[in-house]
Design a protein around this ligand. Structure first.
Ligand code: FAD
Length: 499
């Protein structure tokens, strides 16, 4: 850039994608302003306090904590991680219990293999195959160097060489749901284990990749909890000279001809812009901020076919319990008496203990949480309730959840202090999340993976970011999308994209 006055990038949304776009804009010599509808940064990557306890509500694993990966460099650049970051001492993905037996998916794959075979010798061949394919899945490293449309032959060759076994995983597990995959195991416990962590509609490979990420040491949980990570990113943004405005909900992106000239806010104010980067949910973008006519075809298809492109939220409850309490592992799934939440009935539920992080401990008590997954139809159930009915249903469910946890863990009787409960409507209210979904569309065997190009036909200076640009979303997609938006802008200006 040669003019004295810097060009201004206006970012809508102060979540992980928005903070990242803002930071990379500043590093590339632009002015940057972020407008966020809430009073704090972080979006979905936050936590809050209740009754003297901190409820952490995001990071179960953070892909990109392994030094040397491209994503690690991005997390470092945005101030989320540093070489000194401490990680929670968690040595397993999760545990599953059924009928008095338990299994754990340890980060140590050999140990897992041995223990699973001991539990279910008749599944030995399938267990060995599972472990072998999780090992292959370690090669699936999130590419965060630059957007794929900027890749050259060398990049593809490099990727091919580093992921040489991963096509086997996609061939075997890319087209089968977790529910169907679970049927390959004879043990009812292992069948449940396969479907416990991710919704059963997910493509099976997602589960293998998630486990591999943990097992490879690339999915740590930074100590200090999720909100602290977002605050570190906000600090980096401000230190670089960025301006972040809170309680500023955008109501419209002003388009003149083929240019976005600025953003109007709910309070009637306006910010002019040379470039606009919306990082909000795409449903909000195309239904409220700009005309639906700009919506890419593949997104329309996804919204029209929720069975093929489901979105997932949760009904969650947090308690304070004695710090000594630990279930089988940090995250343990249990069998429960049938419980109807939303439109569906569940027989599995998890308990996650947070005692590993002093932020979630107060005196001799720690936070525990549970989450029961909720889909598009469940969201409709919550949405149809009046506000009195909503409170009544929520309170009644909390009692039912408490009873089930106490039944499984009798030592918690009289020991559980209710802290908070929240639903898909909470995510809709707080982040404008489509159907309360805190990830993007679920990748099922019946739909295509969402991969938006990052620009819209008909608007020259608007660059998309946020987890909805690339399913299944999550923190790695959010952070990379913020960086990619700036790289696309730089490319348009014929500038170096190596940032
Ligand atoms: C319970 C839970 C567990 C999770 N676990 C993990 C995990 O273990 N690993 C993982 O990778 N991911 C996890 N995620 C997902 C992760 O939090 C999200 O993928 C990520 O934070 C999305 O970032 P984003 O910036 O794309 O979107 P968001 O965080 O949704 O940010 C968008 C921002 O835009 C703001 N906004 C919306 N509308 C407007 C408007 N009109 N004007 C101004 N601002 C607006 C919102 O308030 C929000 O701050 C979890 C999420 C939850 C809730």
């Amino acid at each position: 850039m040669n003019s004295a006055k810097k060009e201004k990038v206006v970012v809508i949304g102060g979540g992980v994608a928005g903070l990242t776009a803002g930071i990379y804009a500043l590093l590339s010599g632009f002015e940057a302003e972020i407008y966020e509808k809430n009073a704090i940064p972080g979006g979905e990557c936050i936590g809050w306090n209740r009754k003297g306890f901190h409820i952490d509500n995001c990071i179960h694993w953070l892909t990109g904590t392994k030094k040397g990966t491209e994503l690690y460099e991005v997390w470092k650049k945005v101030g989320a991680l540093s070489d000194d970051t401490q990680y929670a001492p968690i040595d397993a993905f999760f545990s599953s219990s059924y009928n008095g037996q338990s299994v754990t998916l340890w980060n140590d794959l050999k140990r897992t293999e041995k223990e699973l075979i001991e539990i279910s010798p008749e599944d030995e061949a399938e267990i060995k195959k599972f472990i072998e394919y999780v090992e292959y899945s370690k090669q699936c490293i999130f590419p965060a160097g630059k957007p794929m449309e900027m890749w050259g032959i060398k990049d593809y060759i490099q990727m091919g060489a580093s992921m040489k076994d991963f096509p086997k995983v996609m061939k075997e597990f890319g087209n089968i749901s977790l529910e169907d995959y679970s049927k390959r195991f004879k043990s009812p416990l292992l069948q449940r284990m396969i479907c416990d962590y991710l919704p059963k509609e997910y493509c099976a490979y997602s589960f293998l990749v998630s486990y591999a990420t943990m097992a490879d040491g690339n999915g740590g949980v930074p100590m200090g909890a999720s909100l602290q990570m977002s605050l570190r990113m906000e600090k980096r943004f401000k230190e670089l000279g960025g301006v972040i405005c809170y309680n500023k909900g955008a109501s419209r992106i002003v388009i003149e001809g083929k240019k976005a000239t600025g953003v109007e806010f709910e309070d009637g104010s306006f910010a002019n812009a040379d470039y606009v980067i919306p990082t909000v949910d795409t449903h909000v973008l195309f239904n409220r901020l700009i005309s639906k006519d700009y919506m890419p075809k593949e997104l329309k298809v996804a919204y029209d076919e929720p069975k093929k492109y489901p979105s997932i939220s949760g009904f969650q409850v947090a308690y304070a319990v004695s710090k000594d309490f630990r279930a089988e592992g940090e995250t343990t799934f249990i069998e429960i008496e049938p419980l109807t939440v939303g439109k569906r009935t569940f027989t599995r539920m998890y308990v996650k203990t947070y005692g590993y992080d002093p932020v979630c401990v107060n005196g001799d008590r720690q936070v525990i949480q549970t989450c029961i997954s909720q889909d598009d139809e469940d969201f409709g159930f919550w949405k149809d309730l009046s506000s009195e009915e909503y409170t009544k249903v929520k309170d009644a469910l909390v009692c039912e959840v408490t009873k089930r946890i106490e039944k499984e863990f009798p030592q918690l009787k009289e020991n559980m202090e209710f802290l908070d409960a929240w639903t898909p409507l909470t995510y809709e209210r707080y982040c404008n999340a489509y159907h309360g979904s805190y990830m993007s569309f679920v990748t099922t065997p019946y739909g295509k993976q969402m991969k938006l190009k990052g620009q819209l036909k008909g608007i020259e200076n608007l660059y998309l970011a946020g987890q909805w640009t690339n399913s299944p979303g999550g923190l790695p997609v959010a952070v990379a999308s913020g960086k990619f938006a700036i790289q696309r802008l730089l490319k348009k200006q014929h500038r170096d994209i190596n940032i």
